[in-house]
Ligand binder design. Structure first.
Ligand code: PLP
Length: 381
């Protein structure tokens, strides 16, 4: 029987992971550089808070989150945004994609347009199409260090534009958008009467000393902050997504969430304040990732046929592989099956991702070294 999907999936890093799993089950050795999942365990204080919560009666929570947890979260984001954030301006959701999903359902009508980074995190375009809206990609060109050009974005604004999504540090390029560009994009949204959704999932993982994007925002910018503890706090499986937005939108999102999933698991919510306090773990993860970034970029810059803009943040390198004469799909497929290294073809991230592959440096240094050795031999052959 056929299904009636209203969107076309281009596949994802999970598709590559499934292929790598199959090879491993068949006895092959694969260096796994495809998924963006940090390999550190959750912060110990968050583990303890979760364990303590497990003995309580389990219950639904209000759809926006437990009031006492929202208070903690609001205090944390007051620091992030440099302005007071009230508890009713924050919302907890199981995974940050639900922030974008909710904002789209609450703010766009069929035929409306949403400006998205290209290359960008694949669910953006999928969720925009699912909402009946039209994804309009703005290019992140390699020659600009994969940063958006505000003039180019402005030229794509139309009377139907309802939302502009910015992700910095960016998945898949690792590029950090300069503060002046963030401010220019926020001004563009204000002038155009639409919102800027800042996907801040990699805010804490910056290696070039750049200040967070939020520091470039004015208090009255029409911004929705979409945040996640998956990456910075090594909590991918706990599903902690956070929205910070104006009260009216948060109320609308809470209504939607009631119907979608009700609420984030109560035990996980009770561990969120402890996770947010674990600054030392976030710093340790960032320091470890910087070492790995240096290792991977050092090796990639010496390899024949690759061109790389070293990533300033997140945990991805996005080399240009066009000089090899292969498409990114062929490159990733052959690298996996012939050399045993799993990476993601850049075209999964959009038209401007073509000719690149995404390498996640979320593995320990010895595995990264093995992966880089295999990649080098593959390129030489
Ligand atoms: N945003 C970006 C840019 C990401 O790369 C990811 C995960 O890979 C997410 C959001 C989703 O994070 P989560 O659903 O785990 O909160």
């Amino acid at each position: 029987m056929t299904t009636a999907v209203r969107w076309q999936s281009r596949g994802s890093a999970f598709t590559i992971a499934a292929a790598a799993d199959r090879l491993e089950r068949a006895g092959r050795s694969v260096v796994r550089l495809e998924l963006g999942v940090p390999d550190l365990p959750p912060p110990p204080e968050a583990q303890e808070a979760l364990a303590a919560a497990l003995g309580r009666p389990s219950a639904y929570t209000p759809p926006a989150g437990l009031p006492e947890v929202r208070e903690h979260v609001a205090a944390h984001y007051s620091g992030v945004l440099g302005r007071p954030v009230a508890a009713d301006e924050v919302l907890l959701v199981p995974g940050s994609n639900l922030v974008l999903h909710g904002v789209l359902l609450a703010t766009v009508r069929p035929g409306d347009e949403v400006l998205l980074p290209d290359p960008g995190f694949p669910p953006y375009a999928e969720l925009v199409r699912l909402a009946g809206a039209v994804p309009v990609g703005y290019p992140l060109r390699a020659e600009r260090g994969h940063a958006p050009d505000p003039a180019e974005v402005a030229a794509l604004v139309s009377p139907r534009t309802r939302l502009l999504v910015l992700n910095t540090p960016n998945n898949p390029t690792g590029a950090v958008t300069p503060g002046a560009t963030v401010a220019a994009l926020a001004a563009l949204a204000r002038r155009g009467g639409f919102r800027l959704l800042l996907d801040d999932a990699y805010r804490e993982l910056v290696y070039d000393g750049s200040p967070p994007a939020a520091a470039a925002l004015a208090p009255d910018d029409p911004v929705v902050l979409m945040d996640s503890l998956s990456k910075s706090h090594s909590l991918c499986g706990w599903r902690v997504g956070i929205a910070v937005a104006d009260r009216r939108l948060v109320d609308d999102l809470a209504q939607l969430m009631t119907n979608l999933h009700c609420c984030m698991p109560d035990v996980v919510q009770r561990a969120v304040p402890a996770a947010l306090r674990a600054h030392h773990r976030v710093r340790a993860l960032a320091a470890e990732l910087r070492t790995r970034r240096d290792l991977v970029t050092g090796r990639l810059s010496d390899m024949p046929g690759l061109r790389l803009h070293p990533p300033g943040g997140a945990f991805y390198a996005f080399p240009d592989i066009t000089a090899t004469g292969l498409t990114d799909e062929q490159f990733a497929d052959r690298l996996l099956h012939r050399a045993g290294v799993a990476v993601v073809p850049g075209s999964l991230y959009g038209r401007h991702g073509r000719g690149h592959v995404r390498i996640a440096f979320t593995r320990p240094s010895d595995q990264l070294t093995a992966g880089m050795d295999r990649l080098h031999d593959f390129l030489e052959s």
